[in-house]
Design a protein around this ligand. Structure first.
Ligand code: ARG
Length: 463
């Protein structure tokens, strides 16, 4: 069924239907479309366009359809594909079948333009809430790892070269901090999603005396939108949501990459659970980190979705244009993808085995305590630049001798600088290096413990 045949002599060409029909993807909006329609019928009754009795009959029929589709979400696809142009058409046709002529009154004063904008805002709001819950679980799994590995030390890297020792908990908390910001970003985006465009009509505002505040409230929106022309063509709320998705996915991608690297035999810090690994069809010895690789890889399509919609909206004239129908597939795909990424993360983290000894060896290697030796010289009143230079020489000597700085004979060190004394060795241990970094945001054990407790409290306080 089409909603607009009156003006036309011939029906649509098959290829036109193929490019124009959107039911195969916007069927996902079914429940939102019905909720919007129930609220619209109510608004029409409030405006005395429908009688109370008509409103009740429409609502009951819509509620019945809602229950049917809630129980079996495939109904619109099974029944509507090839028949109905989009989900709005499907709902109206089914309503007409169950209710007769009264159904044809529902679309009074409404356009599919304000209707679809409303549906998509309802859908996005719901999806954001689901992602926020999944984000919480992913964050909790990182905090659990931090708690579990409270004393585990790893090497930290810059330029992927060993840099300074870190607590593994500090590393886990870094990723949790990213996802915590993502939660805030989704909540920020949600505030601009949560506005009601219904009543904007096709572009100029509905011609009926609709109480748009009451209508917004019926749909639990914070407020109505304030410019009809903008409201029917604005997709900022999708763009902002896609941006939040792409950034979150990018964080998970970076986590995935750290996991893949640290799980490689070259690093050998981590071993993945069998539950999230796969084997090779050819090489019997292989255990591949597929889950972590897909945490890394799936970010690509979410970024693609953001760019797709930015490109679709760029240069569009006001107001509604059919191009805007292209907003849904990228949003749905990005949401589905992020959901997968967020839900696999806790399983990967929970089943991760940490090889504490290997991690510690890496932290001990690479002359990661060179900065600590320079700081020791600074304490002995040598300006840092000079200390840096001296320690550089010490590292060169250590490389020649093929030993670590803390194993260098004292006289070798004293040959570099006579201010160095026996007490230097107590300063070159990993523990000394960590303990000196009890600064806010640092990897000192006390401050990391405080950060972990704070993050746990923060997470528990979020609803
Ligand atoms: N399927 C359309 C979309 O997703 C619904 C709005 C159609 N509006 C119109 N004027 N043809 O954007």
């Amino acid at each position: 069924m089409a909603l607009w045949g009156g003006r036309f002599e011939s029906g649509p060409d098959a290829i036109f239907r193929e490019i124009n029909d959107s039911l195969h993807f916007d069927a996902r909006l079914a429940l939102c479309d019905i909720d919007g329609s129930i609220a619209w019928a109510n608004a029409l009754a409030r405006a005395h366009v429908l009688t109370d009795d008509e409103n009740v009959r429409l609502r009951n029929a819509l509620l019945a359809m809602r229950a049917t589709i809630a129980a079996d979400p495939q109904v619109p696809l099974r029944d509507g594909l090839g028949k109905d142009e989009d989900i709005h058409t499907f709902v109206e046709r089914r309503l007409t079948e169950s209710l007769g002529p009264l159904a044809k009154k529902l679309h009074t004063g409404r356009s599919r333009n304000d209707q679809v904008a409303t549906d998509l805002r309802l859908w996005t709001r719901h999806a954001i809430d689901a992602r926020l819950a999944e984000l919480k679980a992913a964050r909790a799994s990182l905090l659990d790892l931090a708690a579990r590995e409270r004393t585990t030390v790893i090497s930290g890297y810059t330029h992927l070269q060993r840099a300074q020792p870190l607590l593994l908990a500090h590393w886990a908390l870094a990723y949790e901090a990213m996802l915590a910001r993502d939660s805030v970003r989704f909540k920020d985006a949600r505030a601009r999603v949560n506005l009601c465009p219904l009543g904007s009509g096709a572009l100029a505002g509905t011609a009926y005396p609709i109480d748009r505040y009451a209508l917004a409230q019926d749909l639990y929106f914070a407020a109505p939108t304030t410019n009809s022309l903008d409201a029917v063509s604005d997709r900022d709320f999708v763009l902002e949501t896609l941006a939040a998705i792409a950034i979150t996915a990018t964080h998970i991608s970076r986590l995935g990459e750290d996991l893949v690297l640290y799980g490689s035999q070259e690093f050998n810090f981590f071993e993945f659970g069998d539950q999230v690994s796969s084997g090779s069809s050819l090489m019997p010895q292989k255990k591949n980190p597929d889950a972590a690789e897909l945490m890394r890889g799936k970010a690509a399509r979410t970024i693609g979705s953001l760019v797709t919609l930015l490109t679709a909206v760029k240069g569009l004239p006001l107001a509604y244009n059919k191009d805007l129908q292209e907003d849904k597939e990228p949003l749905f795909d990005a949401m589905d993808t992020l959901s997968l990424m967020l839900r696999v993360t806790p399983v990967v983290m929970r089943t991760l085995k940490v090889r504490v000894d290997v991690c510690r060896k890496a932290a001990e290697g690479g002359h990661s305590n060179a900065t600590d030796l320079a700081d020791y010289l600074v304490e002995k009143n040598i300006p840092f630049r000079e200390a840096h230079d001296l320690v550089g020489k010490a590292v060169r000597r250590a490389l020649e001798l093929d030993i670590s700085l803390d194993r260098m004979p004292l006289d070798e060190l004293r040959a570099i600088s006579p201010v160095i004394a026996q007490d230097v060795f107590s300063r070159l241990t990993i523990e000394a290096s960590l303990n000196r970094r009890e600064v806010l945001g640092g990897t000192g054990p006390k401050v990391v413990h405080t950060a972990l407790t704070k993050a746990q409290e923060q997470l528990n306080a979020e609803q």
